[in-house]
Ligand binder design. Structure first.
Ligand code: SIN
Length: 286
């Protein structure tokens, strides 16, 4: 099959802040370089992009991801049987905790955080299980000039330890959905305000799940300002909400957005396949 030559996708924004649905493409078909470029451009512009009715095979999911960026093999999620590249985001009817139920951005604990994640819905509940996304360039823009200036001079520490590590697993029983607790040793320090590597936007880069403190400050000293930023960043006007159907795909930019999986479908299964895309080094604004 020759690569798709679609050059202009239909792009329909999903909120005033971020998000767009892309129509007019079958992701089971190989992508041309131009189409892959157009998808990457839409992702940078809208922060999260959505596709409907893409009941692709795991091989096609992997091939699609490879057209966008190299694949990052996740250390902590159980993988789809036979596919090391695909992480399972699963909640069974008898489980009460979901994965990703607090605002976060994937892999901020890595020195080079992930570019993005591609989540494909395999099984969805009758209702509920939506995912929320928030635009961190909008959150940054809405701050006062004084706070912007202060934040631009700060760096923050991020870690995987308290989320995926041995101690965390004792209090946060996720069954066999998470693996390799002993590998959760990642610590990274990043500027609190970063520049998007592709479009140059200034972005607020801290998140409730993985950020632990400001560099040079104690966790206790950091908490009030971090809490302010978490409350600010989750204001409804910076958000969009995605309702899944089997075969829906969301791709989000991990540098410029937060996301949160709603846990409102107890007693039903939700199974998603996630592929994470490798990023490039991120930098502050000075
Ligand atoms: C995630 O946090 O990566 C999963 C999001 C979701 O399941 O909606």
């Amino acid at each position: 099959m020759s690569p798709s030559s679609i050059l202009h996708l239909e792009i329909i924004p999903t909120s005033g802040a971020l998000g767009a649905e892309l129509r007019g493409i079958d992701l089971a078909q190989p992508l041309s370089a131009d189409t892959a470029q157009e998808i990457r451009g839409a992702l940078a512009e809208h922060g999260v992009i959505f596709f409907r009715d893409q009941n692709i095979t795991p091989e096609q999911h992997i091939a699609f991801a490879q057209c966008l960026a190299p694949i990052n093999i996740n250390r902590f999620f159980k993988t789809a049987p036979g596919y090391a590249e695909i992480s399972e985001v699963r909640k069974e009817p008898e489980q009460d905790k979901n994965i990703g139920g607090a605002w976060h951005t994937d892999h901020s604990y890595d020195h080079i955080p992930a570019l993005g994640s591609i989540l494909l819905a395999r099984e969805v509940p009758e209702r509920g299980g939506d995912t929320m996304f928030a635009a961190m360039w909008q959150a940054y823009e809405a701050l006062s000039d004084g706070l912007k200036q202060t934040l631009e001079g700060l760096r923050a520490a991020h870690s995987s330890r308290h989320v995926f590590g041995v101690e965390a697993r004792k209090t946060r029983n996720m069954g066999d959905r998470l693996v390799n607790a002993e590998l959760a040793t990642q610590d990274a320090v990043h500027p609190v305000v970063i520049r998007h590597p592709e479009n140059g936007r200034k972005i607020l880069y801290v998140n409730r799940t993985f950020t632990t403190h400001f560099e040079g400050w104690t966790a206790e000293e950091s908490k009030p300002l971090l809490e302010y930023l978490y409350a600010h960043g989750s204001r409804p006007e910076f958000q969009t909400r995605f309702q899944w159907e089997k075969g829906s795909i969301a791709i989000w930019d991990n540098r410029s957005t937060w996301h949160l999986a709603l846990n409102d479908y107890h007693g039903e299964r939700r199974l998603m396949h996630r592929i994470t895309l490798e990023g490039t080094p991120i930098a502050g604004v000075h």
